[in-house]
Design a protein around this ligand. Structure first.
Ligand SMILES: Nc1ncnc2c1ncn2[C@@H]1O[C@H](COP(=O)(O)OP(=O)(O)OP(=O)(O)O)[C@@H](O)[C@H]1O
Ligand SMILES: [Mg+2]
Length: 263
């Protein structure tokens, strides 16, 4: 579903601020696979997701999504096949629109658009989806999203991104800004949606335990490259200590964020 070959991303090319954020990275992700992405600050995780979504220019390499190289395709064209949830709960929804209008807009976006014959039918279906979140939002359809809590907004953003079954789902530390209880709720929903909708997903997290517990595969990035890639029994048998050790072996240096990653 995702096939990235020789991807290189350079910011401010040709200036004194030139910075290579991704160097010759390749990654192939079969349909329905869920990958946890970990790595130190500035290792290129967000840039990788941005490249897939089309929001940063690619210096070289190919990004094949759903059978087509989209490396040069503008972001708005890819938006139909890429679902995205960011760290900031205010980023994924329109605050001055109602819960229902946000959902209705999202329902028209993805590859599997929800288009019942009558608008009333659509509303009913969207309300049903809302009630599945278990947050009582089905009774707040006509309220503006600005009045929802961070956790509620993030759950709504996740539903909006997932419900039309995007070819690729990108989650960038999407629970990091939430309190532990809401983070757990949003992770439960993530697990459910990824499985229910059979999503191909990349989930960036700083929480090594979460990265080990969730997903089918774990990718570790450092300085714009993938330095470890675990799947199957390798991933099942891995521990946080083992990941930290692995990093030391691969890089021949201390993991700058042991504290962060072990917490
Ligand atoms: N728009 C930009 N212009 C210039 N440099 C950028 C830009 N975006 C990212 N970078 C640089 O690219 C590198 C990778 O950044 P990126 O945001 O992908 O890291 P990250 O792994 O997501 O880090 P974090 O864990 O802190 O979110 C960093 O050195 C960063 O400073
Ligand atoms: Mg980031």
């Amino acid at each position: 579903m995702i096939d990235i070959r020789g991807l290189t991303i350079i910011f401010n090319a040709g200036t004194s601020d030139e910075r290579s954020a991704i160097s010759n990275l390749s990654l192939s992700v079969p349909k329905g696979q869920w990958i946890s992405v970990i790595g130190s600050n500035g290792s290129g995780k967000t840039t990788l997701l941005n490249a897939i979504a089309g929001s940063v220019p690619v210096a070289s390499g190919t990004i094949t999504l759903d059978g087509r190289n989209r490396a040069g395709e503008p972001e708005f064209r890819r938006a139909r096949i890429v679902g995205r949830v960011r760290q900031d709960p205010t980023a994924g929804t329109a605050p001055d629109m109602t819960v229902m209008d946000n959902l209705a807009l999202a329902s028209r976006k993805g590859p599997r658009r929800l288009l019942p014959a009558k608008p009333a039918g659509l509303k009913r279906r969207l309300r049903d989806r809302l009630s599945e979140l278990g947050m009582g939002l089905e009774d707040r359809c006509e309220e503006n999203v600005a009045r929802l809590s961070g956790g509620q907004r993030q759950a709504l953003a996740l539903l909006m991104a997932a419900m039309t079954e995007p070819a690729v789902m990108l989650l960038d530390e999407h629970t990091a800004a939430l309190d532990p209880r809401n983070a757990d709720i949003v992770m439960d929903l993530t697990r459910r949606f990824v499985r229910e909708y059979g999503l191909t997903a990349l989930m960036v997290t700083h929480d090594m335990r979460r990265a080990l517990a969730d997903g089918d595969r774990l990718v570790m990035m450092h300085e714009g490259a993938i330095v470890a890639d675990l799947a199957g029994d390798d991933k099942k048998g891995a521990t946080v200590q083992r990941l930290v050790r692995l990093f030391r072996e691969v890089r021949g240096e201390e993991y700058a964020e042991d504290r962060d990653l072990l917490s």
